[in-house]
Design a protein around this ligand. Sequence first.
Ligand code: NDP
Length: 402
Amino acid sequence: MAKVLIIGAGGVGQVVAHKCAQLPNTFSEIVLASRTEAKCKAIAEQIQQSQGRQIETAQVDADQVPELVALINRVKPKLVINVALPYQDLTIMDACLETGVHYLDTANYEPLDTAKFEYHWQWAYQDKFKQAGLMALLGSGFDPGATNVFTSYAAKHYFDEITQLDIIDVNGGNHGYAFATNFNPEINIREVTAECRHWENGQFVTTPAMSLKQSFTCPDGVGTYNIYRMYHEELESLTKHYPSLKKAQFWMSFGDSYLKHLEVLGNVGMTGIEPVEFQGQQIVPIQFLKALLPDPSTLGPRTKGKTCIGCVVQGVKDGKPRTVYIYQVKDHQDCYREVQSQAISYTTGVPAMIGAKLMVEDVWMQAGVWNIEQLNPDPFMEGLNQYGLPWQVIEEPGFDLV
Ligand code: NDP
């Protein structure tokens, strides 16, 4: 039985709060804190109505370590689940160290002024967490998160050595807007407009954003989509922890309307992250754009269709080449019926809850900073099946990937 503090009351925070609340024997007390407490209270009200369970709420500015320390000292949780924004990762890790509390997140730290998607800032906390006897679990969402675990599960159970990895993230959902992002627009657009990097023969190779696409037919009738190669943060940790990988790529599906809007917004400067002066005030274009776009947490009732996210892993078993595809399909409306959110937030929030459960139940708990693929994949894979994200394996799927 453990008390948890969830920081961040956006789309993902909502799912984490609902899913933790569904397991009172594991998460005996839940506190949900965020910059805008009204959002925490609205989620608490949903949980009260759907489950009859009360969770506490609090206000915090997670950019301020002293505020976080005061909150953690008052709440005294065993674990902080960080589902605020990547900008807050280091301040929350600092506060956890100062208060002696374990840490979990779903996205790697990013400085506000440069979109880099690199782990070195958080890996630099290794000694501090080890010496304090605390655990920090990095990237316990879907991608990163479940995709890392799919890779480690495949490596453990299907291969002697893995040599190629293709992570394929298809969102076959439609929300009916001409342009909206499924999770935080600022983070989403920074990620999508970044130069592409993929791993080839022992190094990252850089190509222009969205310059390579192919068609991919998902299993289980989800449909055929254009997928584009892009950089994603799990490539950094997976190629470090699986040095036998000769090639590793990440692919994501995008509709033509989304890409056209993004191109125009980029051309006119609306996706910029440098402040510009407007009527005597400094504004950051992408933050202004965020204010205009639909809030991702409101997409739940309108989003129809399915997500299909998985890993195609190639390698060698008993001297013979082998290919395995591990994937998960989730229906947006099923998620909405269960926790009033669409599948992007759901597929992130459920793995965050499972990672937290494995930590507080001492299945995964060990001092240090860990990427999720470094831990035993089996209990996490069982958790996915148990808590709403059942997965499948296809051996020799016969995909003809670039
Ligand atoms: P949202 O923008 O919907 O929510 C972010 C929440 O964090 C908001 O409640 C926001 O508060 C709060 N917040 C922001 N800044 C602060 C601050 N300084 N102090 C306290 N709270 C703050 O984002 P999502 O829920 O979509 O995403 C949450 C996280 O999950 C992000 O880090 C994202 O990158 C990650 N993610 C990971 C995925 C994965 O598969 N690994 C997939 C999708 C998302 P306010 O309401 O006041 O703005």
